[in-house]
Design a protein around this ligand. Structure first.
Ligand code: F6R
Length: 618
């Protein structure tokens, strides 16, 4: 997610802020900007692209010296990665500068209200509304500007998740921050203080940090850090000493980015749903750019993607066909155009890509568009090539994924596919409103359930270490458990460099069962015994078959499913969920298992050999 730095003290604010932004580069970003408070004026500069672009611009047109400033690296969500969408954003009078991480869910409404009151917007971002709201809240009535109070009043009107940091020309030597569901930490220095999205930004200046609680506002001057809640009551904050070195700080204290990204999944899943599931149980995919008439005309869906994204597509097929009754195929993007697929204007291509730059997927979508098909991209990288070349886009809000192996990217792709399926069902009337509402309610409950899975991973880690010398691991699943098995095997191959294969459990007896011999680890993903009981019983039978031939069986099963116990050497429990949503839970132990096994085998988890994060060749 976006990087945030704020500074008040005796040093050059520009130097401190730019250095802090450099320390946050690991988070990934697509533009950068700064605002300095100098001589009662705001001086800003912002540029799309790398920090180096901003630095050359600053070298060409230096900003005045200042000791108060804020800086931002942006990971685009609302509005492409351009100079004008880069932060900071200013109000109409150029008096207040704001930077932001997160998503302001009700920004469209606020923007319309502000425009109705005569405000001129100069970006496509959700962030800019905050600058204009602060302008209204600090408008001169002869009294000194109370920026913190204005921020509290603005925050009370915002929905969604946000970290905000602002500075105002009439409140010199002050930076004000606020947070809800998004990180913000203050750094306590000697005659200087800091604000940042994580401690890596100021760790070279101070190791004394103040962690802010939920829904809090913080006022930072060179001498003080004052925390309140959104109503102005004194806020509780936690002071602590940062023990991490810089490299650990960048990874939030984790050994690998992948571990951090696995743990970020509840938030990433919640963020991907944010603003899209209405309180009325209806879906609002405002940014989709395909009309309801276009969607009603669709008679076939083809999902194209590669690797992990392809597995998300396999899950999508089950959900989309079930909810919409539109035939849905899933195809490896690298194969798609070479088989001369039958495409018409009524074919909807869903191109899934975390990076938005995968060449195989891009070439497949270009081929589809040449044949008049419409393309909807599901993508995590705003402004990347695949969404740019598509007719419509639904962004996942996983934030930057640094580890090469995709984890939070995958879960959020599945969520986005569910949103597309439900939206189609809503528009085409293939599901009743209360049926859609029931799925929406289940989806809303998933982040908490993913957190529960994450909290119980110690036995999975122990298993990864115990099985480190295995020569092969097999994965079984049926229905949506089948793509989960494929994904578990892919993770193990790419991270542990171990032979691993995922099978549709029913396919075993048609050949792969010959691979089973004494001690071979077999990981089976067992569907819920509730709902589709037949599916459950079939997987349990397959489990018996491999166990009878000597396999070491590791079973991922719902809490309360005792039927698996006689056939399982190890049971990994996940919370109960509807079958279609189960991959959001059952994938998590497989990610943790692969990560742990790779580490136990001495591999670089974040940068597996021979692999690249963005595969830009066919
Ligand atoms: C596996 C992995 C790859 C990607 C694939 C597609 O962990 O990360 O298999 O899923 O290269 O990448 P995107 O989603 O960027 O198109």
């Amino acid at each position: 997610m976006c990087g945030i730095v704020g500074y008040v003290g005796g040093q050059s604010a520009l130097d401190v802020v730019v250095e802090g932004l450099r320390r946050l580069e690991y988070r990934g970003y697509d533009s950068a900007g700064v605002a300095l408070l100098a001589d009662g004026k705001l001086a800003t500069d912002k540029k799309a692209g790398k920090l180096a672009n901003l630095e050359s611009s600053l070298a060409e047109s230096p900003l005045p010296a200042a000791t108060t400033g804020i800086g931002h690296t942006r990971w685009a969500t609302h509005g492409g990665p351009t100079d004008r969408n880069a932060h900071p954003h200013l109000d109409c009078t150029g008096s207040v500068a704001v930077i932001h991480n997160g998503i302001i869910e009700n920004f469209a409404l606020l923007r319309a209200e502000l425009e109705g009151r005569g405000h001129q917007m100069s970006s496509d971002t959700d962030t800019e509304v905050v600058a204009h709201l602060l302008e209204e809240e600090t408008r001169g009535n002869g009294e000194a500007v109370d920026l913190a109070d204005a921020m509290r009043r603005v925050c009370r009107r915002l929905e969604g998740s946000f970290t905000l940091v602002a500075t105002h020309v009439d409140a010199p030597e002050l930076v004000v921050g606020a947070r809800r569901n998004s990180p913000l930490v203050a750094g306590r220095g000697n005659g200087e203080n800091f604000l940042a999205s994580d401690v890596a930004a100021f760790i070279t200046h101070t190791r004394e940090a103040v962690e802010l609680g939920q829904d809090q506002v913080v006022e930072v001057t060179a001498k003080s850090i004052t925390v309140t809640d959104f109503d102005g009551n004194p806020g509780e904050s936690r002071e602590y000493h940062v023990e991490w070195d810089l490299s650990a700080a960048e990874k939030g204290g984790y050994d690998y980015f992948m571990l951090k990204e696995i743990d970020e999944q509840p938030q990433a899943v919640a963020d991907t749903m944010l603003g899209r599931l209405g309180a009325d149980g209806r879906l609002h995919l405002d940014e989709m750019r395909l009309s309801d008439d276009d969607l009603r005309a669709v008679d076939k869906i083809i999902v194209i993607a590669c690797g992990t994204a392809f597995h998300a597509g396999l899950v999508a097929k089950y959900a989309i066909e079930h909810w919409t009754r539109i035939p849905c195929e899933v195809e490896l993007a690298s194969e798609f155009r070479y088989r001369d697929p039958v495409l018409t204007r009524s074919t909807l291509i869903v191109a899934i890509s975390q990076s938005g730059e995968t060449m195989d997927t891009l070439m497949a979508l270009r081929h589809a568009r040449e044949q008049q098909a419409r393309v909807l991209a599901i993508c995590n990288t705003n402004g990347s090539t695949i969404p740019r070349e598509s007719d419509a886009v639904l962004y996942t809000h996983a934030g930057p994924e640094v580890a090469v192996a995709s984890t939070k990217g995958y879960l959020t792709q599945i969520v986005a596919c569910f949103l597309v399926g439900l939206y189609l069902a809503q528009v085409r009337g293939t599901k009743f409103g209360d049926e859609i509402r029931a799925v929406v309610d289940d989806l809303r409950g998933m982040p908490a359930k993913i957190s529960d899975v994450l909290a119980s991973m110690d036995p999975v880690r122990a298993l990864g270490r115990e099985l480190r010398d295995a020569t092969s691991v097999l994965f079984l699943g049926r229905h949506v458990g089948y793509p989960t098995a494929l994904e578990g095997a892919l993770k193990l191959k790419e991270l542990a460099y171990m032979h691993a294969e995922g099978f549709a459990a029913g396919e075993l007896k048609h050949g792969p069962i010959a691979l089973i011999e004494d001690g071979v680890p077999v990981i089976a993903v067992v569907p819920s015994p509730r709902g589709r009981g037949v599916l459950h019983d079939k997987v349990v039978s397959n489990l018996q078959e491999v166990r009878a031939r000597g396999a070491r069986t590791i079973v991922i099963a719902e809490e309360g499913d005792t039927a698996v116990e006689p056939y399982a050497d190890t049971v990994i429990r996940i919370p109960q969920s509807p079958t279609l949503l189960q991959p959001l839970l059952s994938t998590v132990p497989l990610q943790v298992f692969a990560c742990e096994m790779a580490d136990a085998r001495g591999h670089d988890v974040d940068q597996p050999r021979n692999l690249a994060k963005s595969v830009t060749v066919e």
